[in-house]
Ligand binder design. Structure first.
Ligand code: F6P
Length: 744
């Protein structure tokens, strides 16, 4: 209905403009036509009276002449009549205006017409020459033109009414035709939707009604097939499925990953050579296998001491070094930039802000300036790497809160999928951040924004609700901000399955023996492990206190149980991190003194980076693993421990405040703030019967196997693909509307 009014209104407006333009011409045409009619009448009067007038004048019968003139003037349209003999007016009838003068009106040798005004009326004077007895005079006939004006006005009104009628009719017809075309076009889209839903080909005749229907049908069928791909691939995500999904759903699309930490670090070795390091980063261990499978470009900070020596002229290096499948593009940062952006804003500001571990965040304005300029620097690198207008860009983590908006501004058609690898705190906590609006604005430059858990998504939506003007759809979990929509989704990150680090591992029994030997422990010693970066969010001190509680409450474990804590130094420039290391070393000493015996130390603290195969060997040698994060987005150590245990034994003790606890519910879930309860959990793990261990481990392994990192990446990429198709449909629909409107 609206469309009918809209088209009808437009047609009426056009008609009104046409009428206003045409009316003055039509009016002047009617006036000329009426005047010619009056002239014609004068000529008729003259022709019919000429002979009689000549006879009466020749015979000088003045009275009869006056009588003749009065009879002619009795016609209501003739105002007056008379005869001009030179300048003398003879026998004028009663209606002759007093202002009439022969010298002005009757001078021409041929008939002439002129207009005079008398008492506000326009009068047409028609003058016809007559030869009477050798003298030339003029018969003058006067017509009142107000009759002509009146007739012209009437004609104008009729014309206006006629034009308005035609315009109204044309408007109604245009609206009906528009409605008809739009209905057919909508029917064509509906038909395409139905066909796509039914998976059927449309009837060719129907599809040809409006070719757009065919285009939309194709896109919808692609969309439908992508949904089916997700369902079909639900149970078996692996590098091949991921590659296939990418090839089917996003064929020809360019993929660019951005993170602060690079997947391969080249360092100067002590021997003068170059050594390769794989950093201790959950982000890297999750994302690297994905990029290895998909190819593309990974843009990251070149932080190694030999990084510059290993890149080409464009700062690119093919990786993995042994069998390259993608390009690492390094971005260089000055020391000041690293201090402000990485150590300051990201790790002294946002890290403690988002992890509720009771470490006060520090917000320095100077750091924020660096954070902004480094985000700009990465945006430059991404735009320089992009070969198309609409690449898929996967932005990683809290280092790049502003990057999605910066990229969106420069590549408006890009599909930007941002993943926030750490928790998102509640809105009140986030509210203390002086940069809160800017960060939210930056992140809402993304097409899709992912968190590990639904709880983090909800916290983010609450923060958006509290601090920026936007429209939030809680049912669809989307935010419309500045006219653009961002989908907010939980994507629980995971690890590759099977893990590369498991390749070449020795049988579990052998790992147990080798590790015990290496650590100087007797073969029958029970072992617990904890492996992470030396970070205050990981609850390393709390874990040690739990060991203390265990040995205090259950002294039978003294000499029979050792806890191996591997801690990779990290962010050591920051006081909080240095202090944590000192405190941990002191606490380990204290507990060892308290519960140790000659040849026995309950805690072995190994402060160094371990490569993935060493980590997996340790996992396989252990009886239990403790992940006691005070707050963690996901925690992949927990999943790696499960993945390492193909013997299906070993117990996982897992913090309730790590995202992983949502998925690995067969672990012994603990509150890391309760050392006593954690000590009880360790005792329970050490005494857990093997069948129960197997039962729990099997369920957790199934979970990690099924919900592996290929699924994580696949779901995000398929969501991106669906979004791109939806955007294509929207573009098609809007261009179709324009086309339909142009056809009207
Ligand atoms: O998710 C947080 C994270 O960025 C992870 O990638 C990783 O576990 C850790 O922090 C790495 O920190 P950094 O890159 O500062 O060493």
């Amino acid at each position: 209905m609206r469309i009918i009014f809209r088209f009808g209104g437009i047609a009426l407006l056009v008609a009104a403009i046409v009428i206003l333009a045409v009316l003055p011409f039509a009016t002047s045409f009617v006036e000329q036509w009426t005047r010619r009619d009056v002239e014609l009448r004068s000529r008729l009067v003259f022709n019919s009276a000429r002979d009689q007038v000549i006879g009466l004048l020749t015979r000088n019968e003045t009275d009869r002449l006056a009588g003749l003139f009065e009879r002619i003037a009795s016609d209501e349209r003739v105002l007056a009549i008379g005869y001009c003999d030179g300048e003398e007016l003879r026998s004028p009838t009663r209606g002759m205006p007093a202002s009439f003068a022969c010298e002005k009106a009757a001078r021409s040798d041929s008939e002439s017409f002129s207009t005079i005004t008398s008492e506000g009326r326009d009068i047409l004077v028609s003058s016809f020459p007559l030869k009477v007895s050798g003298r030339t005079g003029h018969l003058v006939v006067l017509h009142d033109l107000s009759y002509a004006d009146q007739r012209g006005g009437e004609a104008r009104n009729y014309l206006f009414l006629a034009l308005a009628g035609v315009a109204f009719g044309a408007a109604a017809l245009a609206a009906l035709i528009a409605a008809f075309i739009m209905r057919r076009w909508l029917a064509s889209i509906r038909q395409a939707l139905d066909n796509a839903r039914a998976g059927a080909a449309g009837h060719p005749e129907q599809e040809n009604i409006i070719p757009l229907g065919q285009e939309i049908r194709d896109v919808l069928q692609e969309l439908e097939s992508s949904r089916r791909t997700i369902d079909a691939a639900h149970t078996d995500w692996n590098p091949d499925t991921l590659r296939a999904a990418l090839a089917n759903e996003l064929s020809g699309s360019e993929v660019i990953v951005v993170s602060n930490r690079e997947p391969y670090i080249h360092n100067q070795g002590k021997d003068g050579g170059i050594s390769l390091q794989i950093p201790a980063s959950g982000l890297v261990s999750a994302l690297e296998p994905v990029v290895r499978a998909c190819g593309g470009t990974w843009v990251a900070h070149g932080s190694g001491t030999a990084d510059r020596e290993t890149v080409d002229a464009n700062d690119r290096v093919p990786v993995p070094p042994a069998h390259p499948t993608y390009t690492l593009r390094r971005v260089w940062l000055t020391e000041e930039e690293q201090d402000g952006y990485y150590y300051g804003a990201a790790n002294e500001g946002l890290w403690p802000l988002c992890h509720i571990a009771f470490v006060r965040p520090i917000f320095r304005e100077q750091d924020w300036q660096y954070y902004r300029s480094v985000n700009e620097k990465f945006a430059d690198a991404v735009v320089a790497e992009a070969k198309s207008e609409d690449p898929i860009i996967l932005v990683q983590d809290y280092h790049f809160g502003l990057l999605p908006r910066m990229i969106r501004n420069r590549l408006p058609q890009a599909t930007i999928v941002t993943f926030w690898h750490i928790p998102w705190p509640n809105a009140e906590t986030f509210g203390i951040c002086p940069w809160r609006e800017e960060i939210i604005d930056g992140l809402l430059g993304s097409s899709i924004l992912g968190f590990h858990t639904q709880a983090h998504c909800n916290n983010f939506l609450d923060a958006v609700d509290s601090y920026v003007e936007s429209r939030i759809d809680r049912e669809l979990d989307s935010v419309t901000y500045g006219g653009e929509e961002t989908l907010i989704r939980p994507y629980p990150i995971s690890i590759e399955w099977p893990p590369t680090a498991l390749e070449g591992q020795k049988p579990v029994e052998e790992c147990r023996r080798i590790v015990r030997e290496r650590l100087g422990l007797p073969p029958e010693m029970r072992i617990g492990v904890g492996i992470e970066r030396f970070d205050y969010t990981k609850g390393i001190l709390d874990r040690m206190q739990a060991i203390d509680a265990l040995l205090t409450d259950n002294p039978q474990w003294k000499g029979n149980f050792a806890f191996v804590q591997v801690a990779a130094p990290t962010r050591s420039k920051l006081a909080n991190y240095r202090q944590l290391q000192e405190e941990a070393e002191a606490l380990a000493r204290e507990i060892n003194e308290k519960h140790g015996m000659p040849g026995y130390e309950p805690i072995k603290l190994l402060v160094r980076h371990h490569e993935p195969d060493e980590v997996f060997e340790l996992f396989r040698a252990a009886d239990l693993c403790i992940v006691s994060s005070l707050h963690d987005g996901m925690n992949l150590v927990a999943k790696e421990f499960v993945a390492a245990r193909d013997d299906e034994e070993g117990v996982l003790i897992l913090s309730a405040f790590a995202g992983a606890s949502r998925e690995l519910s067969e672990a012994l879930i603990v509150n890391p703030y309760n050392a006593h309860a954690m000590g009880l959990a360790i005792n329970r793990a050490l005494t857990m019967p093997q069948p129960e261990q197997r039962e729990r481990m099997r369920l957790m392994r199934d979970q990690v196997k099924e919900r592996n990192v290929y699924r994580w990446a696949g779901q995000m990429l398929l969501a991106a693909s669906r979004l791109r198709k939806r955007q294509r449909i929207r573009r098609l629909v809007s261009s179709g509307r324009k086309r339909a409107a142009a056809n009207v």
